[in-house]
Design a protein around this ligand. Structure first.
Ligand code: SAH
Length: 398
């Protein structure tokens, strides 16, 4: 077993790691054998000198991300076993072997015991994203592990970390996005429950597509029949396409990004040709909600993370309250609101309270029909409750 740099924690600071929580904060460190390089592998010991885990070191408030709670070498065999375990789970939930869906998340960071790593699969292409320098340093071995597990089923591996690694590191190390394996096949086609999407992982947001709303979009399909639908913050038009398949009378998609509106229109054309039921508008959400008529039976609010950090929580909650209040004010009687928050820093109760306050302002009777979360390919490690980031409510507004 390779000996890594030894880091000793302050007394009692081993408690969370003994309960398998994968983060160690910088304030918990008592001493270090030497100052590790960023991304270096370290062994973590309690104040009593008991081994607790091995992980990646990084400067910042989360100083170490634990990848193993027993003494381990992060060699090729380790990565292959980890990717195999993630793949087996995606087979068990019917995704990696589905004929109606070819896009899914294979590795969801802490949820797959691989903090700092995201891998999304789009048919024959894997898009890999490192959020920690430790994962960046291992990315070629991880790519090899993907090939070991998938064989020829994955032809291309695109590494996209220039926007997710610390900016100073990206410029210092000249990090660029590139194909580790294969090449741009020009297809960018994702299939989700038999609906086709252009998932542009090169120019698009995140890894190209918001895979995490798959089940929630599917649920909306069952509420869409004969409805007039507003899909606010539409990005690739995901909810709009399910609404159309569900038999909506009219669907309006709105996003402030002109590129997103173009994408939405392309995706509608891809699945429904020139279907006159759909129209899309590049406009700011607040402006649109303020100026729109009372004409929608079904409204989707899926904004970007309003709170990216803990200190932005209060402001973000105001934001959620404000947009939801507009929806409650304007939705038709008997309308259905799908409202979401993807801010990790805001928990379920805080989000619900913001929506509750917005409902109270409208003085309308509101019932909760569904409480939604992220799908099974974005699992939450039971020892890492912070991993629950996507929250949604489906509401009936009298
Ligand atoms: N619902 C989408 C994902 C939404 S991502 C899906 O199912 O895939 C959030 C989107 O909100 C982004 O496309 C972003 O361009 C858009 N956005 C951000 N700020 C906005 C604003 N003020 N008004 C309208 N759209 C905005």
């Amino acid at each position: 077993m390779t000996k890594h740099i030894k880091i000793t924690l302050k007394p009692k600071k081993e408690e969370s790691i003994l309960r398998f929580h994968p983060w160690i904060f910088s304030g918990a460190i008592a001493k270090m054998e030497r100052q590790p390089q960023e991304g270096e592998i370290v062994d973590i010991y309690s104040a009593n000198n008991d081994f607790c885990g091995t992980g990646h070191f990084q400067l910042g408030s989360i100083a170490m991300r634990v990848l193993s709670f027993s003494q381990t070498d992060f060699n090729q065999d380790f990565w292959t076993k980890k990717i195999q375990a993630s793949y087996d789970m995606r087979c068990a939930i019917g995704l990696a072997n589905s004929s109606s869906t070819n896009s899914y998340r294979l590795v969801h960071g802490e949820g797959d015991s691989l903090p700092g790593l995201i891998i999304d699969i789009y048919d024959k292409t894997a898009v890999m994203q490192a959020h920690s320098i430790g994962m960046h340093l291992a990315h070629k071995e991880i790519a090899k592990a993907l090939s070991n597990v998938y064989g020829d089923k994955i032809e291309n591996i695109y590494y996209k970390s220039a926007t997710t690694l610390p900016p100073y590191y990206v410029s210092q190390e000249n990090i660029e996005d590139y194909y580790i394996k294969g090449k741009d096949d020009g297809k960018y086609l994702a299939k989700e429950n038999d609906i086709l999407f252009h998932a542009d992982w090169i120019k698009g947001q995140k890894t190209g597509f918001f895979i995490d709303q798959r089940e929630n979009r599917h649920l909306l399909e069952y509420y869409a029949k004969d409805k007039t639908v507003l899909n606010m913050f539409c990005y690739t038009g995901g909810f709009s396409l399910y609404a159309m398949r569900g038999g909506a009378k009219l669907v309006h998609s709105v996003d402030s990004s002109a590129k997103a509106i173009e994408l939405t229109k392309d995706n509608v054309a891809l699945n429904f040709k020139n279907d006159p039921r759909h129209d899309a508008f590049a406009e700011d959400a607040f402006k649109f909600l303020n100026e729109m008529e009372t004409q929608y039976d079904l409204i989707v609010l899926d904004p970007p993370a309003f709170a990216k950090h803990r200190d932005a929580i209060r402001h973000a909650l105001q934001g959620y309250k404000k947009i939801n209040a507009k929806a409650f004010e304007k939705i038709k009687p008997g309308g259905i609101l799908f409202t979401f928050s993807c801010s990790q820093a805001i928990n379920k109760d805080q989000f619900r309270l913001a929506v509750f306050s917005a409902a109270a302002m409208s003085k309308r009777n509101v019932r909760i029909l569904h409480q939604l979360t992220q799908p099974a390919d974005h699992p939450i490690g039971i020892y890492h409750p912070e991993g629950e980031y996507l929250k949604g409510l489906v509401l009936y507004v009298e």
